[in-house]
Design a protein around this ligand. Structure first.
Ligand code: NAI
Ligand code: MG
Length: 357
């Protein structure tokens, strides 16, 4: 029997509710499909920082490295400087573990009223591939004399040929497995150095995938098309910051930010990959058992897929769709189900799904 060791890192806020809810569903899927998830819980994040002065212990990365995957909630608390969570946890793990692909699918589940009411499941089904290790978020730059009248600040975007090529190859290969269409979302008409280089290298890679239809679109136009013509998109390849922003818009057109799952992937498997919902720690609703766990559960399905348990992953996706289709919705989706209700209904749906029995 295959056994996978999972580091379950709650983070903060609703992470304490949705990570356990998600793990519960994944354990049920594992049991049904004949493998074992050995999970260990880590209470790292901004809460840990308040007590220990860092988001994770000094050997935290070493500890995570010994696991097959990291199943993560989100970090950040209103009481803690909000420039720290990304720097001291999320980006630290993403870069230390070379998780250069951020895989963020957008899909309309049955039973959920998207704000784009005339659209159906077949119209809203695409994947955002966000470059996850460089670009606008490298945090090189500085503030000079910030308190003086002549104060100034700059951030530098860094794009490397190797960094663009590796994520581009991942995205084109993914497109080959989907509807064979890839849109590069860029802004090279104004960011004429970094994004023009980004476009040039992606166009070079595109030539190696003649079976994939390649197009370029500026991010302003792409934002409008998310709302007006979501069916246009299959695989979107974009930069770290544009991908961050567009995936929340993707969450919104699905019907709630709480629905979106994601994977920070190290495709070569040289380090563990990390799976987290697209939203943050939602401190405004923490502790109330009303957080939507679907994005966390979906992240778990992406994790199972990554571990090679494809049938179990499909089964979990089927279960989520059954839950939403039968009207079990948390408050953010207009219902009154609790976090636990959704997890328990998903487990029930797994038990009766004949497709992957
Ligand atoms: P957020 O995503 O936590 O919340 C935005 C809004 O969406 C809130 O009204 C929240 O209640 C709602 N929401 C989010 N997830 C939900 C869910 N599963 N179910 C129901 N409603 C949900 O974003 P916000 O408020 O900008 O950030 C809060 C904290 O999270 C900050 O400290 C921020 O830095 C951190 N954050 C962490 C991330 C990570 O660890 N990867 C990513 C984004 C934000
Ligand atoms: Mg974000």
């Amino acid at each position: 029997m295959n056994t996978y060791r999972i580091a379950a890192v709650h983070g903060d806020g609703i992470g304490h509710e949705i990570v356990p809810a998600g793990m519960k569903v994944l354990h049920a899927a594992a049991q049904k499909h004949g493998f074992t998830l050995e999970s260990e819980t880590f209470l790292w994040g901004a809460g840990y920082y308040q007590e220990h002065g860092d988001f994770l212990p000094e050997n935290g990365l070493e500890i995570m490295k010994s696991f097959d995957a990291v199943y993560f909630g989100a970090v950040g608390l209103p009481e803690v400087d909000d420039t720290l969570p990304f720097k001291l946890f999320t980006n630290l793990v993403r870069t230390a573990f070379k998780q250069y692909v951020n895989y963020r699918p957008v899909k309309l589940f049955d039973g959920i009223e998207s704000p784009l009411r005339s659209k159906t499941q077949s119209d809203i089904d695409f994947v955002i591939i966000r470059e996850n290790n460089e670009g606008e978020f490298v945090q090189t730059g500085r503030q000079l004399y910030p308190d003086n009248p002549e104060g100034m600040a700059c951030d530098t975007t860094i794009m490397t040929r190797a960094g663009i090529e590796r994520v581009a190859h991942y995205a084109f290969k993914l497109a080959q497995k989907r509807r064979k269409s890839l849109t590069n979302v860029t802004k090279s008409n104004t960011l004429i150095h970094t994004l023009a280089y980004w476009d040039r290298i992606i166009a070079e890679v595109a030539e190696q995938y003649p079976d994939v239809a390649y197009k370029k679109m500026y991010v302003d136009a792409a934002s409008a098309n998310f709302v007006l013509h979501p069916e246009y998109f299959d695989v979107i390849l974009t930069t770290n910051m544009i991908g961050d922003i567009l995936s929340d818009l993707g969450g919104a057109i699905m019907g709630s930010l709480g629905l979106g799952g994601s994977g920070n992937l190290n495709p070569e498997g040289t380090f563990p990959s990390m799976f987290e919902p697209i939203h943050g720690s939602a401190p405004d609703i923490a502790g109330l058992n009303i957080a939507n766990p679907v994005g966390q559960i979906w992240s778990g399905a992406i994790m199972l897929e990554h571990l090679g348990e494809t049938a179990a992953a499909q089964d979990v996706m089927y279960a989520i769709n059954q839950v939403t289709a039968s009207g079990n919705l948390t408050k953010d989706m207009g219902g009154n189900a609790t976090t636990d209700d959704i997890a328990n209904r998903a487990i029930d749906a797994l038990a009766v799904n004949p497709v992957n029995a």
